[in-house]
Design a protein around this ligand. Structure first.
Ligand code: ADP
Ligand code: MG
Length: 255
């Protein structure tokens, strides 16, 4: 068994865009091995938060740490290399087979290894085989085993979204960031994906930070929830706690 992932600390993070404060002094911690959800109305700052965590946006103030390692000013590939991988809200691949896409994820994990394999250096073929075996395992874990050699374009929308998920897992992350993993899915695909997220967390022992609109999914999956509204964290707690919080009800129902 592997060591639990370090906690992910978001401390006093502020992000501004020309006159708009997209995140206003936001703090929360993703506990090791937990599923932590960030919820909130459209425009609340959820994707902005992910973009800070993955190094795409630099905050005007505040820090992000994985354990004792500061991530705040690192380039996205460095952050991914330290074990924080993400999926995007609206990006779904349509190129190649499932296997091709997962091998691209493995490629990002070990550029050196793949360069060696392109040059036919000793050991490279074995390494390639090991990457393929691991890609197959991760396809199995994400419910894509039967589609491993199928073109992604031939898969259902739900399966294609899970290819993105599996590709992020190919980086062997310790913290996985999922931006609206069930957006656009039908009810059956949502249930399936929730099961996959739970299995992945248990089997791989990683932490999951998830942005999601689907309250049912959040309530079933999350250990802890942070609620954003107009860039501010207005509530933290278990799903049951935040559901009863008067400020949260006001933000969602506009009363
Ligand atoms: P959510 O994901 O919760 O729907 P976002 O984080 O996408 O919200 O957006 C939060 C706010 O920041 C919105 O008002 C949005 O228009 C604004 N915003 C997000 N990204 C940018 C950007 N790159 N430039 C300008 N404004 C942005
Ligand atoms: Mg968003």
């Amino acid at each position: 068994t592997t060591a639990p992932p370090p906690p992910l600390h978001v401390r006093d993070v502020t992000v501004r865009f020309a006159g708009l404060t997209a995140l206003d002094d936001v703090s929360f911690t993703v506990a090791p091995g937990s599923v932590h959800a960030v919820i909130g109305p459209n425009g609340a700052g959820k994707s902005t938060c992910f973009n800070v965590l993955s190094g795409l946006y630099r905050p005007a103030a505040g820090t992000v740490h994985l354990g004792d390692t500061e991530l705040t000013r690192l380039a996205p590939h460095k952050i991914a290399g330290l074990g924080v991988a993400r999926t995007f809200q609206n990006i779904v691949t349509t190129q190649g087979t499932v296997a091709d896409n997962l091998m691209l994820g493995r490629h990002a994990l070990s550029r050196a290894g793949f360069t060696a394999s392109a040059l036919r250096l000793p050991g490279a073929r074995r390494e390639q085989r090991e990457h393929l075996a691991r890609a197959r395992e991760l396809a199995e874990l994400t419910g894509l085993a039967e589609h491993f050699d199928a073109p992604v374009a031939a898969l259902s929308y739900g399966d294609r979204k899970r290819v993105e998920f599996a590709r992020a897992l190919c980086l062997e992350p310790r913290v996985l960031l999922l931006d609206e993993p069930v957006a656009g899915m039908n009810a059956a695909e949502r249930v399936r994906t929730a099961e996959v997220i739970r299995t992945v967390r248990e089997e791989l022992g990683l932490s999951v930070l998830l942005v999601e609109h689907d309250m049912g999914l959040v309530m079933r999956l999350a250990d802890e929830v942070t609620v954003l509204d107009f860039g501010k964290a207005i509530a933290h707690g278990t799903p049951e706690e935040v559901q009863r919080d008067p400020e949260v009800l006001r933000a969602y129902l506009g009363t």
